[in-house]
Design a protein around this ligand. Sequence first.
Ligand SMILES: [Ca+2]
Length: 339
Amino acid sequence: MINYRNTTPSLGYKSFGKQRGIALITVMLVLALIVIIAAGMTSRLQLLMNRSINQQAYQQGMWAALSGEQLVYKVLEQDYKDNKKVTHLKQFWASEGLAFPIGDGMLSGKVQDLHSCFNINALAVKPAQPGGKNPQRDKFEILLLSVGLESYVAELLTSTIGDWVDDDRQMSGSLGAEDENYASKVVPYLAANSSMVTITELMAVEGVTAAIYRKIRPLLCVLPALNQRININTISADNAHILVAMFNEKIDLSNAQAIIAARPEEGFTNIADFFALPEVKSAGTLSAEDKKQFELRSDDFRAQLTFSLQDRSFTVESIYQRNAKQELVVVSRQFGKIE
Ligand SMILES: [Ca+2]
């Protein structure tokens, strides 16, 4: 005889408990799955939101910085209208420390006259006579010596940088560097063999270390043209080394600094006044070619403009050029801050 009271109910009770356990585990698994999916969705949503915010900030920064480019354009045009023959450091374009609020952000920047520095692309000019030497290379070597580089380093860099910008593949003496030097590096590349577009290319040239780059960078610039034109009205006292080089070392640094100190506040208005300075006369008679390199006005400028908003910033670097028709145009534009 079967005792239902002792067997069946107890078996049914156990089965019900087991089912309840399995249901609980299933519910927990489903819950865990939902949590995982929700977390994934939240993370994805956050990523999309950040991306959207970044894109919006990029667009805002870019247009704000480009508005700065237009502002500089207007300023350069105004200075040109005020005085077409002289560019000097008391004009609006040379104002320092200016900042303009745009919305919740701030636009700031600086403008540099690209005739107040040594145009490194001038090293690419072919010598006038076969077997001769580009006089700009001698001047460049003097410049490097003047800022304190050793004579071997000055000679090396004159050759390697000259080889980088000239269009041939012939090494300049034993210290030059052409494709084969760069092709044998751990990460191989080739020499540009054309004008530099940005001064940061210097960092790729044989012999240019970070310390050397930092030392010579403020004295140098790159222009689309290969000629060397130095505006004596805009050279800063720190860059007096350029005058030492331009005068082929016939004046020393103290004389170069004295020339800049003797400069009228609004610059020389007549180039003859510059050549009449006793420090300039002390250099002796200058060749017509050497005289031609000095000027009183500039046609090339570089503006570096930064729009800052909270912890974000956006920089645009624009190069302006006044062409043969005397029209000011933006010839290049680069986004991001590179010094
Ligand atoms: Ca070359």
